[in-house]
Design a binder for this molecule. Structure first.
Ligand SMILES: [Fe+2]
Length: 247
């Protein structure tokens, strides 16, 4: 069974990842009812909840789901995420069926942000990227300097190109429109804008795709540096983030 992708709270993505015939984990359950409805007819039992960071729109469903399934909650912040059973840190590994899920600390959007990177013997790798990496963009640097978020994204950029990325929000159209302000003639961006407008549920994306369309992963490239008039990639990133915050 493939990953179940559901929308909640208007633009949050919630993911349900089956890993055995009758077991699944979920990532950032912003809304318990959405998860319950999505797995009601599947026979799946929820065994693990993985939280990427403490923002309410990613964790509001945890309490109800934990009571319903008696599942274990993994999160990077047991102080700000109620119900945490296991506080994860960078490099921690969870074995879930044949999946090996590795915790990647990616401070920037918040100080506690993590991504979950999953590998499998026969499936492409997956990355649950929370509010750190979106399709076509990235999260705001709410609790850290932009440079911190830049280095976290560089770390994600080093993962395999075929990695399937499951972001925390559906901001793709807005992100691509912003990217087109920098590179109005870039064919990959024009194609992506058309695709996202005719194909609303455009997840997962891939790292290869993001390296082609996401300016926040392309701060080293001349076209982006020229667009903002800066050379240093970290400074380019900070300027992109500043412009996107006002977009
Ligand atoms: Fe967030």
């Amino acid at each position: 069974m493939s990953v179940i992708t559901v929308k909640a709270n208007w633009d949050n993505w919630v993911y349900i990842h089956p890993y055995q015939a009758d077991q699944c984990w979920t990532v950032d359950p912003s809304d318990a009812a959405t998860v319950l409805k999505s797995i009601a007819d599947t026979g799946l039992c929820l065994t693990h909840i993985l939280a990427t960071h403490h923002h309410a729109d990613h964790i509001s469903g945890i309490s109800t789901l934990k009571k319903t399934f008696h599942c274990r909650v993994f999160s990077p912040d047991d102080r700000r995420i109620a119900g945490t059973d296991v506080r994860v840190k960078d490099g921690d590994v969870l074995k879930l069926g044949q999946w090996t899920v590795t915790v990647l600390a990616v401070p920037g959007h918040t100080t506690d942000s993590v991504c979950y990177y999953g590998t499998h013997p026969t499936e492409p790798p997956v990355l649950y990227s929370g509010d750190t990496l979106f399709s076509g963009g990235c999260g705001r640097a709410f609790e850290c300097a932009p440079e911190t978020l830049f280095h976290s994204l560089q770390r994600l950029a080093a993962l395999p190109d075929e990695t399937r990325i499951y972001p925390g929000h559906d901001y793709t159209e807005e992100n691509v429109r912003f990217a087109l302000t920098l590179e109005p003639d870039r064919p990959a961006l024009k194609k992506m804008l058309e695709a996202v407008r005719t194909h609303p549920a455009f997840v997962p994306t891939t790292l290869k795709q993001e390296k082609s369309i996401n300016p926040f992963l392309r701060c080293h490239e001349n076209s982006i540096r020229q667009a903002v008039g800066l050379d240093d990639p970290a400074a380019v990133f900070a300027e992109l983030r500043r412009r996107k915050d006002r977009f």
